[in-house]
Ligand binder design. Structure first.
Ligand code: AMP
Length: 147
């Protein structure tokens, strides 16, 4: 059985290409739709009401910049992208929400295979796995410092 719609979670770091490579190769096997998502944590999450200024203009610029970067990233892939999602909110719940909303049957995320304290603190891959309503593929990302 092949997947119908893959959602690739992209954090726009250097490791995104490694994760995308796996997602693209799976998509090619089944002529599957491939969409990309990047989640922006709103500035208000970090600063709340502590900053006595209107952050909306800065937030808008950050959103536009992320949209452009995700679109550029999509253009580097050897596969045509169905949809690009730049959404703001909590990363794991936004990935779950979009996956449900768009009948995604596989979410692909990167994973560092952390251990010790970092594992206890959790990772995005962990968070996405818990509560997902479809399959999740955690692609092991090589961490140059420890591998
Ligand atoms: P992390 O556990 O934060 O190092 O992230 C591991 C993986 O989670 C990344 O390779 C992405 O697949 C996904 N991810 C992390 N942050 C985001 C984000 N802001 N938007 C979309 N995906 C993300």
């Amino acid at each position: 059985m092949s997947y119908q719609h893959i959602l690739l979670a992209v954090d726009l770091t250097d490791e995104s290409a490694q994760v995308a490579e796996k997602a693209v190769s799976l998509a090619k096997q089944g002529a599957t739709k491939l969409s990309l998502i990047h989640v922006i944590e709103p500035l208000s999450f970090a600063y709340g009401g502590d900053v006595p200024m209107d952050l909306s203009a800065i937030q808008e610029q950050l959103d536009e910049h992320a949209q452009q970067r995700l679109s550029n990233f999509g253009n580097t892939l050897d596969y045509s992208v169905e949809k690009l999602y730049v959404v703001s909110g909590h990363t794991e719940s936004e990935i779950h929400r979009v996956a449900k909303q768009d009948s995604v049957d596989l979410i692909v995320v990167g994973s560092h295979g952390r251990h010790g304290l970092a594992l206890l603190l959790g990772s995005t891959a962990n968070g996405v796995l818990h509560g997902a309503s479809c399959d999740v593929l955690a692609v092991r990302v090589s961490d140059k410092k420890s591998d």
